[in-house]
Design a protein around this ligand. Sequence first.
Ligand code: GSN
Length: 222
Amino acid sequence: MAGKPKLHYNNGRGRMESIRWLLAAAGVEFEEQFIETKEDLEKLCNDGVLMFQQVPMVEIDGMKMVQTKAILSYIAAKYNLYGKDLKERAWIDMYVEGTTDLMRMMINLPFHPADTKEENLALIIERATNRYFPVYEKALKDHGHDYLVGDKLSWADIHLLEAILMAEECKPDILSAFPLLQAFKGRTSNIPTIKKFLQPGSQRKPRTNEKTVAIVRKIYNF
Ligand code: GSN
């Protein structure tokens, strides 16, 4: 039997966090090799295991996979979280790309100059409230099912829950105008694998703080 997937990234959320979420929700145990310094990243590059000299990199099923989206799609398909046909896949992709756009704004927030943080935070709250969350609220309302696509848990739901919890870190009552998303959050947070991931001591990473920002800047030169 294949060993556990091994994740190569720094010890923070960044682009790897959604991969951690998806594996955890699928009930897959994984190992993590943390990149702590620029030299750790250079070593991986020199060993020739990073196709584009970038992480995330995940060792899985004999491959050394890079490119976050490729890794996520592979895991989603492998663990039956990617719809039953091409059309369901298309819907899942659209929903995931939306949550990815919102999440990217939130992931980048701690890296913005201090004097633009308020402005960027306000934009995130505006976009979550007026552009992204209404789409998911409407999807749940229109078909009346528990999940976004096909009445079955998919990558789209897992990604949305991750985005909701991040958005609540920006504004705790951000779901106040979205009753179906509140119920969705309650339901999906209680799925046993997800519930476990949300408990302290899991491999879920905390909110990015100034210390992590400094480490990340040193490792990746930005
Ligand atoms: O999504 C992806 O996995 C790629 N399209 C981008 C991966 C990427 O930018 N990785 C960064 C670290 S994560 N922060 O953004 C990286 O490895 N940067 C080092 C470099 O030399 O580009």
